[in-house]
Design a protein around this ligand. Structure first.
Ligand code: ADP
Ligand code: TZD
Length: 574
């Protein structure tokens, strides 16, 4: 009899574990990327039992990167779940990277007991995680009472998604999970976030100002950034470009918003258009280091250019150079207002401008075709990427993940993309280590095949996650461009000592053997034909594959295309 009463009581109760899961599910979040341990082991189990997809990683940074990729691809915050202190810190790099890239994600970390942490009495994995996280994310919250879990998760979701998207930290102390409360009250405490990323309609005068500037331009240019890719306003963005007739440049993760083969793409005449344009319209792209801060030699004659900038963050405007026509709002609303304002009589840019671009494009593309057609032995970046290019053309819905230095720069410029949000890379920081996390996040979220083109150094940062790829049998094909080191393998130790140079790895390493340890398919490819065959098989089978593509160790340049950022001593040596 008494045991019946107890079980009725229990049935009428819920706890912190279940409230976290219910709050996430209520908000349409169905996947957690994480790594179990105290105090969140049971949360991962219970989430799986409740029907969520729980993807367990080997290191939290990669779980965080997977969550960030999911956020970018879906406009829902990706969830990364970690243990306290070291697990939290491992996830923090990904949270900071997501914030820098304007990707929505939530890092949820279990934490140790507040009473002990705050008195610094030495708890298991003691750390003041909330304050550690604050400078590196958009917002950071802590929940102390089970009845506040619903509101805590609602605040985290809204903070991640509204305005400029970014990373949010949610601190859940160990004690919270076990707290029990009445199940009905628990259910009522949950919040389904209404309209988490409200549309922000641009002011009509801002739209008119922008259109007037664009209309008067003799050499206009549109620059699409990854904010434009994130916005999922693909049809309107394409319509804006095509209706205006303005040549455009995609930033790396905006590639494919319009197919790179589009007649208006000015990518193959990039330096010409950046230097010569008189009016540049930025759509979800910041004038940061990736665009030489909007000034200097890259941008041609000083003060000869005017900018229109569409962005959701008003404080982005004038961050580097004066912006003549800011348009503040969400890209979908801004682009549709611009389209409406253009009317039906919009005059295309002067033929002199578009003709000069076409001429340069043709010249550069013909030159590139000759380079790509060469077949040196060992392979160089061009001959290997020539077959990658064909593979992506044949499978335009495949997601390409890309990191490295030369591997990044050459892949970005050689491999055409055909669909929006199909390219994920080192992004705003130029960070190494996103490879396997982004690949897993993309594969899990979209179910599409993923091709990860990785420098051998870049791959090393997340290489252990090939086990995760095999464990979940994900359709990921990793291609390691193996040139024996960071940037290349040619450096020598100037002392003649037995240590190799700092940039050099084990020569002729067989990365393909790594995936075989976990049941995946490893391939050693020394020619474009072998590489093409292996990629085609991987994509057709959907089987986890790692191709060790042997690249000439002298083929790259130090720092790839950003050599100018690499300090060299100016001191004269005697
Ligand atoms: P890229 O590196 O491709 O040049 P950035 O990351 O520098 O792009 O810039 C992205 C910009 O897009 C950010 O300034 C961000 O505020 C903005 N952004 C992101 N999402 C939206 C959106 N939905 N509407 C408007 N602007 C957005
Ligand atoms: N650590 C982190 C987290 N990010 C970084 N960007 C670096 C170190 C420095 N770094 C680069 O900027 S590129 C790179 C490093 C270590 C690797 C380049 O070698 P690779 O590529 O083998 O990946 P290539 O194609 O051989 O140049």
């Amino acid at each position: 009899m008494s045991s019946d009463i107890n079980s009725t009581d229990r049935a009428a109760q819920t706890d912190g574990f279940h409230l976290v899961i219910d709050a996430l599910k209520l908000n349409g979040i169905d996947t957690i990327f994480g790594l179990p341990g105290i105090p969140i082991t049971d949360l991962t189990r219970k989430a799986q039992a409740a029907g969520m997809r729980v993807i367990s990683f080997r290191h939290e940074q990669h779980a965080g990167n997977a969550a960030a990729a999911a956020g970018f691809l879906t406009q829902k915050p990706g969830i990364c779940l970690t243990v306290s202190a070291p697990g939290f810190l491992n996830g923090l790099t990904a949270l900071a990277n997501a914030t820098v890239n304007c990707f929505p994600m939530i890092l949820i970390s279990g934490s140790s007991e507040r009473e002990i942490v705050d008195l610094q009495q030495g708890d298991y994995e003691e750390m003041d995680q909330l304050n550690a996280a604050k400078p590196y994310c958009k917002a950071a919250f802590r929940v102390l009472h089970a009845q506040d879990i619903g509101i805590g998760i609602a605040r985290a979701i809204r903070s991640a998604l509204s305005g400029r998207p970014g990373g949010v930290y949610l601190d859940l102390p160990a004690k919270l999970f076990a707290q029990a409360m009445d199940a009905t009250a628990g259910k009522l405490s949950l919040v389904k976030v209404v309209d988490p990323a409200p549309r922000q309609i641009p002011a009509p005068d801002a739209v008119q100002r922008a259109l007037a500037l664009l209309k008067g331009a003799k050499r206009p240019l549109i620059l699409l950034g990854k904010g434009a890719a994130y916005a999922q306003a693909d049809a309107d963005i394409r319509a804006l470009v095509e209706k205006s007739g303005v040549p455009y440049l995609p930033m790396s993760m905006a590639k494919g918003l319009l197919p790179d083969t589009h007649v208006q793409s000015a990518s193959a005449a990039r330096s010409y258009v950046l230097a010569e344009a008189d009016v540049v319209m930025l759509v979800g792209a910041r004038l940061n280091w990736l665009l030489s801060h909007g000034k200097g030699k890259t941008w041609g004659a000083p003060n000869a250019k005017q900018f229109i900038q569409i962005d959701i963050a008003p404080t982005e405007i004038d961050s580097n150079v004066a912006i003549a026509a800011p348009v503040i709002g969400d890209i979908g609303s801004c682009v549709s207002a611009l389209l409406a304002g253009m009317g039906s009589q919009w005059a295309k840019p002067p033929a002199e401008w578009t003709g000069a671009i076409a001429e340069r494009k043709d010249k550069n593309l013909s030159k590139m075709a000759v380079t790509l057609a060469q077949n040196p032995s060992p392979m160089n970046f061009h001959s290997a990427l020539n077959v990658v290019r064909d593979m992506v053309k044949a499978h335009p819905d495949m997601i390409v993940v890309n990191e490295g230095a030369n591997t990044l720069d050459f892949t970005r410029s050689i491999v055409d993309m055909y669909e929006p949000r199909k390219r994920l890379d080192c992004g705003t920081w130029g960070i190494m280590g996103i490879g396997m996390g982004f690949a897993i996040g993309a594969a899990v979220t979209t179910g599409k095949p993923v091709l990860a083109i990785e420098g051998d150094s870049a791959f090393g940062f997340s290489g252990m996650e090939v086990e995760t790829i095999c464990r979940y049998n994900l359709p990921v094909c990793v291609v390691v461009f193996n040139n024996n080191g960071v940037y290349g393998g040619m450096d020598v130790n100037p002392t003649g000592g037995s240590d190799v140079a700092p940039t050099v790895f084990v020569k002729n390493a067989r990365y393909d053997k790594m995936i075989e340890a976990f049941g995946g398919k490893g391939v050693h490819a020394t020619t474009p034909a072998e590489l093409a065959k292996a990629m085609a098989e991987a994509i057709a089978s959907g089987r986890p594959t790692l191709i060790n593509a042997v690249i000439d160790e002298s083929a790259g340049t130090e720092s790839g295309r950003i050599t100018s950022l690499n300090p060299q001593s100016a001191a004269k040596k005697k």
